[in-house]
Design a protein around this ligand. Sequence first.
Ligand code: FAD
Length: 560
Amino acid sequence: MPAATKAAQNGAAATDAALTQFTESVAAAFSETSTVAGDMNAALGSAVLPVPDVGTGPPPALLAALRSAIGDEGVVVDPSVTASYSRDMMPLAPSGSPVAVVFPTDTAQVAAVVRACASAGVPLVPRGAGSGLTGAANAVDGAVTVVLTKMNRILEIDEGNRLAVVQPGVVNLDFRTAVESRGLFYAPDPSSYDWCTIGGNLSTNAGGLCCVKYGVTTDAVLGLEVVLGSGEVLRTGRRTVKGVAGYDLTRLIVGSEGTLGIITEATLALRPKPAAPCTLVAAFATTEAACEAVSGAIRAGLVPSLLEIMDATCIRAVQAHTGSSILGDGEPPAAILIGQSDAGAAIGRREMELLERVCASAGAVFAYVTEDLAEGRMLLQARRAVLPSLQVLGTWLTDDVCVPRTAIAQLISACERIASDVGLTIGVVGHAGDGNMHPTIVYDASDPAQLTSARDAFGRILDAGRALGGTVTGEHGIGRVKQEFLRAEIGAIGMDVHRAIKRALDPAGLFNPGSMFSADQLQVSEIGPASTSAPTRTSTRPPSITSPAAPGSVPGNRSA
Ligand SMILES: Cc1cc2nc3c(=O)[nH]c(=O)nc-3n(C[C@H](O)[C@H](O)[C@H](O)COP(=O)(O)OP(=O)(O)OC[C@H]3O[C@@H](n4cnc5c(N)ncnc54)[C@H](O)[C@@H]3O)c2cc1C
């Protein structure tokens, strides 16, 4: 075994050979497994993407305006093609049929599309890669879906000021790779980084494995260019390290899930490229002990660059899928933690050795530290293998709940109870370092009873997270599946402030209707008289978008 130490062996049968065999098996399984995204899209494609009936298609005047704005080749109305832009990766979210899908290539084209839609009274759904897990990029009946993936240029990398300027369609990994070649680092790293876009990351305020040290997407944004509902182009933020002029409009747009405007450019903060990581893996006989180690690490002042947890269900699934046990033969542990430090050779090793001692005193049955990069990568692949491994057992539905780090064990116990109540498998994997857990429900999508149970479990997990002092989303957002949970979390006054912001920036209700807020939530104040300025749009809407509020349809006309 290359440069490594082994410690805290409180009776486990872990061996170097078993670990090596495991990491090799994970690598082999990965090379055979198609991507989660590919598999999910295939499943969704056959199950829920019939060619939609869009009636007479887009209003002729709108179609002409769109074609004149971005050219014939940038406007797709063929339902057999537009159907593939109907959904993201959340199987529970409603979706509709767009009248057109458009592919602008620059800011001027986006502005022209928005103006065309505004004057036709037709809403828009901005869309990146469609990897979202809330239905936020799902198509809406009668709306135009604006796909930003052709705006995929890195416009500038400024090493002197450690920043970059990019278009929204740049794929996260492409950007990371480009800046790394200049010795720089872009921290936000959602697990979907090899296909999700920067625009989608900004709009969902995406997180990832490195959040415990580097924060979420908003912590890496300096400024934005945004096309508003009027077609005007707003520039927010700055290129300087500091800057406090006016309201922080940049952070208002980040995480707004395409409901306030379309992001057409972003100025992003970069960091020096971190040192090669030192990795720890530790196994525990109880989830409580694993979570005690997480709290112990925080109390000890450790800030690892990642700290992930997998429960026994996930460990078993990965072992079954990869054909090898993670830490030797015998019963898998109740939980494992995988930690990394990117602080640099000696310091990184010292941090992971401290974490190893913390794990030992929390009762770890096994802990192991390695500086070998390939070995560290393989261990992380065990973590990344969770979703493909659960997928072998059925359709996965991943939840996203963030709890105080001292409450992770209670959340895992709650998930075990919910799994037993609804009779489905729920594996818990997550970012233990920041408390953001992804309990993942496995069910048979062809069985309506199981679908109902999965939906029930999804909501009960969110309730359990909130009851523990947590939030209903740590990184995926609200979209079309958590509007009621948002209302419950932020309360009546919070909702009214959200409504006021939405009306101020998008008075015609053009952007992403039905996402983040339901039509009802947007129109009716809970703490006072509803605004009389709420838009009514029936007269300008084509018939297909004024139909009553079916799932995924745009809000119907309501009196304010
Ligand atoms: C296997 C897997 C793993 C994942 N892991 C993570 C993870 O670790 N962390 C995490 O945070 N998420 C994760 N996700 C969720 C998803 O990848 C993120 O939410 C991502 O940020 C979405 O990017 P996208 O380009 O696919 O956006 P889309 O899904 O296309 O859109 C997401 C939202 O952004 C809006 N939007 C997109 N582009 C723009 C724009 N230019 N202007 C305005 N609005 C826009 C859309 O309207 C929608 O509301 C994962 C998903 C999968 C399938």
